[in-house]
Ligand binder design. Structure first.
Ligand code: NAP
Length: 495
């Protein structure tokens, strides 16, 4: 089939790329600000981002739903304190439909490339269908964890049974009565393991690094509770505020108070001691790095699953995969009918899978060869009117990422208002503002547990520089983005 010819049109105010939480939130806020000439492009057939993709059994959020929801769209009847994937996806669909985002939404509309056209002072966005969409502002909302990472293990392709990545789960694969090998012990593996163990006849869990695990105080959330949060704002603020304060307090252990980290570590070890009575297994599951260096997990049945007699935790490194087994370096042969790769994501591909070329034709990948960076996590010198949501150094190890996203959305709205007041102009962050921001940020990050904790983690880019995480409290980030600081931007006229 031949591609439709490129279509030229008047630039829109904005194009948002990515229909996950950040893209949906941005679209809602644009409409509320009276900006209606925008499109939201989503490469897949449905909205939801990570909550559409991660459909493995028991996928859920580790942040309570009263906080893991938009501040401007409260009161959704999440059935549990910690919402599960289907309910989070229902919430996202509710937001899209309630706020009338559908007319702006283009599904199955992947972006191939975007380049800055300095003559017209706008972005030319080339879709996979061959269409060219022009917009003054390009807003990327492609997530930090949207590209699954397959492990580089010899013979992986020779496995003859179903081989599933956690973020590309196939509900048609029944684990009932089968031998299942699970590679990885991050948040995804820990969530899917209990169901795998409850269905399979044998589960082998390949662990390279043990996680820290805290108990999870989950409970059903009655409908009246959500109703109250929706209709009595002070109660919502109290509940959100309490959860926020607890998460923020625990977060101090990551970047400011190592002594708190030592206390929480003891809590984790006590939880391990209580849940895993076999000393040999407990030794295997005891982390040796500092708490928080890797993402801290909450226990949704992980320890209960690994202590089942038909579940084995293998800590020898994997040497290869064969048609029906995984071989470890000690020569062990572990038979499997199904292989589950809970091996995480290519977290350094911040702008998803498409290339963005800026003012001088230089691409973001070229600019980020030494690792991703941005100004306030949102803008990059050389890329006028490009705004990133959940960009470099905006991830957290302790609190709701939606709080960070809403901070960015407010900042981008400020920029769009400045653009609306100056037709034809473009905004580009000044190089000195960008480099000062990043120098201070990297200095602070050098003192955090992600740098000093003695582990490898997905927050690090090339050379070990932390490219994913913010360095401090969520409210300090909110403070830094509370207004759009036009004085740190150059105003470019069309060439
Ligand atoms: P992850 O945290 O990156 O974990 C990947 C796991 O695979 C690690 O245990 C890693 O071991 C292991 N691994 C990777 N390559 C391997 C290899 N070649 N051989 C053996 N083991 C290998 O990925 P994830 O669990 O998908 O979680 C990613 C992030 O998504 C989380 O940190 C969190 O931010 C988010 N998430 C959140 C939730 C939630 O809210 N509950 C749930 C899922 C995901 P090493 O540790 O030794 O590298």
């Amino acid at each position: 089939m031949s591609e439709a010819p490129p279509r030229a049109s008047a630039p829109l105010a904005a194009v948002i790329v990515g229909g996950g939480f950040a893209g949906i939130g941005m679209a809602i806020r644009l409409k509320q600000a009276g900006i209606h000439d925008f499109l939201l492009l989503e490469r897949e057939a449905g909205i939801g981002g990570t909550w559409r993709d991660n459909t493995y059994p028991n996928a859920a959020c580790d942040v309570p739903s009263v906080l893991y929801s938009f501040s401007f769209e409260p009161g959704f009847p999440f059935p549990r304190f910690y919402a599960r994937q289907p309910d989070i996806l229902r919430y996202q669909r509710h937001c899209v439909s309630k706020h009338g985002i559908e007319p702006h939404l283009r599904l199955n509309c992947g972006v191939r490339t975007a380049h800055w056209d300095g003559t017209a002072a706008c972005w030319r966005i080339h879709t996979l269908h061959g269409e060219v969409i022009s917009a003054r502002a390009l807003i990327t909302a492609t997530g930090q964890l949207s590209v699954p990472r397959l492990p580089d293990i010899a013979g992986l392709a020779s496995f003859t049974g179903p081989c599933l990545h956690s973020a590309r789960w196939d509900p048609g694969v029944d684990l009932q009565g089968r031998r299942v090998a699970v590679i990885g012990t991050g948040a995804s593996a820990a969530q899917l393991l209990p169901q795998a163990v409850s269905r399979a006849i044998r589960v082998t869990l390949f662990q390279r690094t043990p996680p820290y695990v805290l108990p999870r105080p989950d409970r059903p959330a009655p409908r009246w509770e959500s109703w109250l949060y929706g209709h009595v704002p002070p109660l919502r603020w109290l509940s959100r505020g309490t959860v926020f304060a607890v998460q923020e307090f625990l977060g101090l252990s990551l970047y400011a108070l190592p002594v708190l980290g030592a206390v929480v570590r003891q809590l984790c070890l006590a939880h391990l001691w209580l849940r895993v009575r076999d000393p040999a297994l407990r030794r295997k599951l005891t982390p040796s790095y500092a708490l928080g260096c890797k993402r801290i997990l909450v226990d949704n049945g992980f320890y209960g699953a690994v202590t089942q007699p038909h579940c084995e935790v293998v800590t020898e490194a994997i040497a290869s995969v064969g048609p029906d087994h995984v071989r470890t370096v000690d020569g062990g042969r572990h038979e499997a009918d199904v292989l589950v790769l809970a091996t995480g994501f290519a977290s350094q591909t911040f702008n998803g899978t498409f290339e963005i070329a800026g003012r001088d034709g230089r691409t973001l990948s070229e600019a980020w060869r030494e690792g991703a960076y941005a100004y306030r996590g949102v803008t990059v010198h050389g890329f006028p009117n490009l705004f990133m949501l959940y960009g470099p150094n905006t991830n957290l190890g302790h609190n709701s990422i939606l709080y960070m996203t809403e901070s960015q959305i407010g900042y981008v709205l400020g920029a769009l208002r400045a653009l609306r007041a100056a037709p034809g102009e473009a905004l580009e962050v000044l190089p000195e503002a960008e480099s000062q921001w990043n120098a201070r940020l990297q200095q602070a990050l050098g003192r955090t547990v992600w740098s000093t904790g003695g582990c490898g983690n997905w927050y690090q880019g090339p050379g070990g520089r932390i490219t994913s995480n913010w360095s401090g409290s969520t409210f300090s980030y909110r403070g830094a983005l509370r207004r759009f600081d036009a004085e740190h931007y150059a105003r470019l006229a069309p060439r």
